[in-house]
Design a protein around this ligand. Structure first.
Ligand code: ADP
Ligand code: ADP
Length: 208
């Protein structure tokens, strides 16, 4: 099962990807997580992309495509994968079609007002990528990761200015992928507005 998760930033793609990955024992591949790990580790790639992520712009296609092409050659991705946050442009989708066959594209649908609420309350554990929300899925102890006890942070791109820019970038560059996958009969819309357990049920139905 080779899955692509589409949808605006904050729609809940990562939250569902973690559950789906566990359920089907396939890897959750988040290009955003990979970039953030490189930024944290101060690698060459991290230095190149930090300012781009902070502003909420897209990393250049060639760089992102090479990264994903390489990741999909790893043994754990041979029986399926979830791509969360890739492709984000038509050239990325075309490139993906050249090196892998997508089985389904799930499109997580959420109105902007809810997107902003989700992004502005998001807290993350930088070490693991675990994601919380101050109201909708709070940690056991405020601002603290449940597993490690380490502090949670607000992503730089979850500040108001960057959120606005990311939504614009999404509209212009990523939304056309909905039609792209629709025209290939691979698209399934998922209403992302209910609570996570309900969204997860919808996702499992869509995949059965
Ligand atoms: P994305 O990967 O699409 O950017 P996330 O999975 O990081 O989205 O979710 C964004 C924020 O919304 C997080 O704080 C997460 O805890 C919260 N969230 C995710 N799914 C839901 C849901 N179904 N209902 C309420 N909040 C949610
Ligand atoms: P969200 O789901 O909340 O939008 P992600 O973690 O998927 O955030 O992505 C964070 C940032 O990483 C994006 O704003 C962009 O700068 C970069 N990024 C992630 N995936 C891609 C991609 N496929 N192409 C270009 N840039 C990307």
């Amino acid at each position: 099962m080779n899955l692509v998760f589409l949808g605006p930033p904050g729609a809940g793609k990562g939250t569902m990807a973690v559950r789906v990955a566990e359920h089907f024992s396939i890897p959750h591949i988040s290009t955003g997580d990979i970039f953030r790990a490189n930024i944290k580790g101060e690698t060459e790639l991290g230095k190149k992309v930090k300012a781009i992520l902070d502003a909420g712009n897209l990393v250049p296609d060639e760089l992102t495509i090479d990264l994903v092409r390489d990741r999909l050659t790893k043994p754990d991705a041979q029986n399926g994968y979830i791509l969360d946050g890739f492709p984000r442009t038509i050239p990325q989708a075309d490139a993906l079609a050249g090196f892998s066959t997508v089985t389904k594209a799930l499109n997580f649908v959420l109105v902007d007002e809810e997107v902003v609420k989700r992004l502005s309350g998001r807290r993350v554990h930088p070490g693991s990528g675990r994601t919380y929300h101050v109201l909708f899925s709070p940690p056991k102890v405020a601002d603290t990761d449940d597993v490690t006890g380490e502090p949670l942070v607000i992503r730089p791109d979850d500040q108001e200015d960057a959120i606005r820019n990311r939504l614009e970038v999404y509209r212009k560059q990523t939304e056309p992928l909905i039609e792209y996958y629709q025209s290939k009969n691979l698209l399934v819309d998922i209403d992302s507005s209910p609570a996570p357990d309900a969204v997860f049920k919808t996702v499992l139905n869509a995949l059965s």
